[in-house]
Design a protein around this ligand. Structure first.
Ligand SMILES: Cc1cc2nc3c(=O)[nH]c(=O)nc-3n(C[C@H](O)[C@H](O)[C@H](O)COP(=O)(O)OP(=O)(O)OC[C@H]3O[C@@H](n4cnc5c(N)ncnc54)[C@H](O)[C@@H]3O)c2cc1C
Length: 390
């Protein structure tokens, strides 16, 4: 039977992930984090110590220096054994990789390296109440006050609103109108006076404790600027391209777990005096899911290889996230369905996996924005407005 496991690369790191996941009981921890959301500091530190954070970042940025293709296989394996949580934790240093790539030596030493060691958690704060898909609408501002900078505005929907010790905050100069350019990113410690943090309750990935962070005249040092002023969105676009393809690998790994469990279940459960697998209405969708998961993996892997070669593949990376999320959610929905009433309950992991993977249609660019990126590559004369989406 065609399935995802049959097309995965034979990489020794995959069995190392399995050992790590088993010895740290990551699957059980993932379920607990859903019921009682908190940041998993102990596991995060262990991942940092054992080299599982920042897989694709260069060693001088504290990373492991793996090609994206191998990192994809590792992340898929984390997701297979324990859902999205620890796979996404592994990717966390990549979400702010601009610090290591563009930051000063001091910023790298103080923030990027401790992040990759699991000693520090840094959030990424881009989205605002009026600016999500359309980042030209960002309105948080920074202005000079003597030799300091003062930051004001609201960041919303951001992961780790409650737990990040520092955040990369995207702001425009006070004299740049909304809709204009000039957005820069600053590292902002989250315990400064004038910062208020509120958590919202999420459908899934509840351990991220997303929420709103409000900056009311918060003083920061100009030395916390990352890279050149006004170039933050350009850096972000490059970072997002890599992340999107890697996220695709994660969603497929989660779905692979539920698919395999469902295949076993329907082979064993007897209904109307024969195994459920004898019913075509049950067996055919599962055969299709296995094929789609394998095909989506091969696409994700090809995109990662292209990115490893330095080719431009922002459109393919965007669509790989969409495809993987879509295929994974369909398989997870079938897992819920074919486990019957238990599938819909917390007795089994499928409903949590579905809720966690569902974020893939929204986070790191929505599915609709992924289509816009692919469409504008296909038809380059697309309207100027299309160039605003990251
Ligand atoms: C789990 C999760 C984690 C997140 N983590 C972070 C984080 O750490 N940091 C951060 O900054 N942000 C984070 N976000 C926010 C995320 O990036 C935004 O939610 C996303 O970019 C969409 O922005 P929005 O919510 O403002 O929706 P909007 O941009 O208002 O879009 C609303 C709907 O309209 C659709 N839409 C918008 N424009 C178009 C168009 N032109 N054509 C067709 N459809 C369109 C969208 O696809 C969406 O369905 C996170 C979100 C989630 C769900």
């Amino acid at each position: 039977m065609t399935d995802l496991a049959s097309v995965l690369p034979d990489d020794p790191l995959r069995s190392e992930v399995e050992q790590f996941a088993r010895s740290h009981r990551l699957a059980e921890r993932s379920a607990t984090l859903d019921a009682h959301p908190e940041f998993p500091w102990a596991e995060y530190r262990s991942m940092g110590r054992e080299g599982w954070l920042g897989l694709t970042l260069s060693p001088d940025q504290g990373g492991r220096g793996l090609p994206l293709r191998r990192a994809g296989a590792v992340l898929q394996e984390f997701a297979y054994w324990a859902g999205t949580a620890f796979a996404k934790l592994s990717l966390q240093p990549e979400f702010t990789s601009v610090i290591g790539a563009q930051g000063s030596a001091e910023l790298r030493a103080r923030f990027a390296i401790p992040l990759a060691r699991g000693e520090l958690l840094i959030g990424n704060q881009v989205t605002e109440p009026q600016a999500g898909s359309d980042l030209s609408r960002l309105s948080a501002k920074v202005q000079h006050r003597g030799d300091r900078l003062v930051l004001s505005g609201t960041k919303s929907q951001v992961a780790f609103a409650a737990d990040a010790q520092a955040a990369l905050v995207y702001v425009r100069p006070a004299d740049s109108p909304v809709g204009g350019g000039g957005v820069s990113a600053y590292i902002v410690p989250q315990d400064l006076p004038g910062i208020r943090r509120e958590v919202v309750e999420d459908l899934g990935e509840r351990w991220m404790r997303r929420g709103t962070v409000t900056y009311d005249s918060v003083e920061i040092s100009p030395a916390h600027l990352v890279g050149e002023p006004g170039r933050a969105l350009e850096y972000l676009k490059g970072e997002l391209t890599h992340e999107r393809a890697l996220l695709g690998a994660i969603y497929l790994g989660v779905a692979r777990a539920s698919w395999e469990e469902t295949v076993r279940e329907v082979g064993e459960r007897v209904v109307f005096e024969e195994p459920l697998s004898r019913q075509e209405a049950v067996a055919f969708p599962l055969v299709e899911d296995g094929t789609r998961l394998a095909a989506a993996w091969l696409f994700v892997e090809r995109v990662l290889e292209r990115l490893d070669r330095g080719e431009r593949a922002d459109d393919a990376a965007a669509m790989s996230k969409w495809l993987a999320t879509h295929v994974a959610l369909t398989a997870l929905d079938h897992a819920i369905q074919f486990h019957g009433g238990r599938g819909y309950s917390k007795e089994l992991p499928h409903e949590q996996r579905w809720r966690d993977v569902r974020s893939g249609m929204l986070a790191h660019g929505t599915s609709e924005v992924m289509h816009r990126i692919a469409a504008r590559r296909r038809w380059p004369a697309a309207r100027a407005a299309d160039r605003k989406a990251a």
